[in-house]
Design a protein around this ligand. Structure first.
Ligand SMILES: Nc1ncnc2c1ncn2[C@@H]1O[C@H](COP(=O)(O)OP(=O)(O)OP(=O)(O)O)[C@@H](O)[C@H]1O
Ligand SMILES: [Mg+2]
Ligand SMILES: [Zn+2]
Length: 282
């Protein structure tokens, strides 16, 4: 599917020089896709070239959150030129199944979509490729990790202790599959009171910190619960773009700085298992 050469991941139609980051969670609805988009834009604002591969084949939501308007186009019916939004190259199943958008390229088979997205998309020279994984620790998420051994897993969790438990499973799987864990992001950590500014810990506390400790990794940041951010997501205008002065946007900025300051080296001895029939589709 790709090879590592001269310190870069060399794709069929592009390269990744700084990080292949898989955003994962133990369960659905914790804000994975929202985090993927806002992190991608924060990295782009820091001058990085960023792509998003929406690997949530069935439940894709990246196009809506990032306000993607353009369609994927094909070059000679062989490769796909990914559309851009806020300077992020985006590829998603959503680019192929829209009824108003006649399929410009043979729609990827669900089972082979990941491989096709990695190989046939004209990613060009990227610094970071972010993958929004399907929720949970199902076959799909595990298969993706297994086939992308150079991916680093970024686990998104909510702060309650039960969430830590499920999110922990994906971290354990990463360990077993010999994929590195980049860190933990705790989302919806607290609500900042409009009147006095105190933090209200609606969902409890400590989950992200405990999980990071359990996985022997860092808690990269705690994002507040912010209704304005939710609205921004629904409107396709991500919060770091819409309101960069907000606390949540500053936390995103800090997380992206932590990520860019890490020096990732892709191990040329780790080999991706080429997908035979694509990841199992459940
Ligand atoms: N920090 C936040 N404050 C307020 N709302 C948020 C925050 N983060 C995410 N949300 C909202 O929570 C909902 C779920 O977010 P999102 O779709 O990103 O989760 P997900 O983990 O990708 O879900 P799925 O498992 O369905 O893929 C969305 O409505 C989103 O706008
Ligand atoms: Mg999602
Ligand atoms: Zn208060």
């Amino acid at each position: 599917m790709y090879k590592v050469e001269e310190g870069k991941i060399q794709l069929e139609n592009g390269s990744i020089s700084e990080g292949l980051i898989a955003i994962a969670s133990g369960k659905g609805g914790v804000g994975k896709s929202t985090v993927t988009v806002n992190l991608a834009i924060s990295l782009a604002k820091a001058g990085k070239k960023v792509g998003i591969l929406d690997a949530d084949i069935h439940g894709f939501s990246i196009p809506r959150i990032i306000g993607l308007k353009d369609e994927a186009k094909t070059k000679d019916n062989k490769t796909i030129i990914p559309p851009k939004s806020f300077n992020i190259k985006v590829i998603s199943m959503g680019s192929f199944v829209d009824e108003r958008n006649p399929v410009v390229w043979r729609a990827p088979l669900l089972s082979g979509a990941l491989q096709q997205f990695m190989q046939d998309v004209e990613w060009g020279e990227l610094d970071y490729l972010l993958l929004d994984l399907p929720p949970g620790t199902g076959d799909m998420a595990l298969d993706i990790m297994q086939n992308l051994p150079h991916a680093e897993v970024l686990v998104v969790t909510t702060p309650q202790p039960t969430a830590v438990h499920v999110a922990g499973r994906i971290g354990k799987a990463a360990e077993k599959l010999d994929v590195d864990v980049l860190g933990v992001i705790e989302n919806m950590s607290y609500f900042r009171c409009d009147d006095c500014g105190h933090k209200e810990y609606i969902f409890g506390q400590g989950g992200g910190k405990d999980l990071a400790k359990e996985l022997n990794t860092d808690l990269l940041g705690q994002l507040p619960l912010d209704p304005i951010a939710r609205q921004a997501s629904d409107d396709g205008l991500p919060i770091v773009e819409a309101k960069k002065e907000l606390e949540i946007s500053k936390v995103y900025k800090k997380i992206s700085e932590t990520i860019t300051s890490k020096n990732t080296e892709f191990d040329p001895n780790k080999k991706p298992i080429s997908l035979q029939n694509g990841p199992a589709c459940h």
